[in-house]
Design a protein around this ligand. Structure first.
Ligand code: G1P
Length: 296
């Protein structure tokens, strides 16, 4: 097994029912967050952590995703002819990011099932699973810390954890943990998918970043359908965390800026926050926000 070079796997085969009808003919990963589709932020995050091979697990309506990461010679030539170098650079950014690969999930049978579809492509390498609903602000470090922890532990599974309001804990995988002595790193002793508030072992929620060794595939192959009748990645990680013969599971506690684009209200908040912070849009938007808020 080799820990590097690491590949990334982005599951993008969900039905996106919360965003219908926008997601009727388009995957939810293509919804724009300001002026980039959500999945491009995730691919950029992978590239910043040094990953240059990305596998996207696609469902129906896959073409929009693969087209987005492809080059578009007619559009590029047109922008070159017009001397529009700024927009040309934006168009090229998505096709130059990484070596993109695509595999179909077929039936959506859960996140664990989607990750299992990456087995052949990932092979004997460690890999990062990155969920498109969770956007991590590029000014805050997470994935590189997780990769460093994966290397330090000789290949343990590493998950990203964040403290969340107990009233929202039932939307997440939740970890029970022990301190390791290292700041911001915990040992995960157990995991449960979407528990009720009163059953949650902590307020530490799994956010959508995982750094895994290929041994997780063997576990996923044996994992029975869990919560919601789906094969859950959380259940496979619970098996790894409680395996006395394996290297276990560690958590990196993230205290930075995370934007949840899987929920409509949070998606709108993400757009507002990211646009307000941008040099090209913020100055025009910020005074308007104040005016708008004053009138509410
Ligand atoms: C998935 C995982 C869950 C995790 C969450 C993070 O759930 O199953 O454990 O906490 O992503 O966003 P989903 O949001 O896809 O229902």
């Amino acid at each position: 097994m080799s820990l590097t070079p690491m590949k990334a796997v982005i599951p993008a085969a969900g039905l996106g029912t919360r965003f219908l009808p926008a997601t009727k003919a388009m995957p939810k990963e293509m919804l724009p967050v300001v002026d980039k589709p959500a999945i491009q932020y995730v691919a950029e995050e992978a590239a910043r952590a040094g990953i240059d091979d990305i596998l996207v697990i696609i469902g129906r309506n896959k073409n929009a995703i693969s087209d987005h990461f492809d080059s578009v010679p007619e559009l590029e030539d047109r922008l070159k002819d017009k001397g529009d170098t700024v927009r040309l650079r934006r168009v090229l950014e998505s096709s130059d990011l990484a070596d993109m690969h695509f595999v179909r999930q077929g039936e959506p049978k859960g996140l664990g099932h989607a990750v299992l579809r990456a087995k052949a492509h990932v092979g004997d390498c460690s890999f990062a699973v990155m969920l498109g609903d969770d956007l991590i602000d590029e000014r805050d470090e997470l994935l590189s810390l997780m990769i460093a922890e994966h290397e330090r532990t000789g290949g343990a599974a590493v998950i990203a954890l964040m403290e969340v309001d107990p009233d929202h804990i039932d939307a997440y995988g939740v970890a029970s943990v022990e301190q390791t002595g290292a700041e911001g790193i915990v040992k995960v002793t157990g995991l449960v998918e979407k528990p009720r508030k009163e059953d949650a072992p902590s307020n530490l929620a799994v956010i959508g970043r995982y750094v895994l060794a290929p041994r997780v595939f063997d576990v996923l192959e044996r994992t029975e359908p869990g919560k919601g009748g789906e094969i859950q990645l959380t259940d496979a990680l619970q098996a790894l965390a409680t395996d006395p013969d394996g290297p276990g599971v560690y958590g990196v506690i993230f205290r930075g800026r995370r934007y949840d684009t899987g929920d409509r209200v949070d998606y709108i908040k993400a757009i507002v926050q990211l646009a307000a912070d941008r040099d090209d849009l913020g100055p025009a938007l910020r005074p308007w926000f104040k005016e708008f808020a004053a009138g509410l």
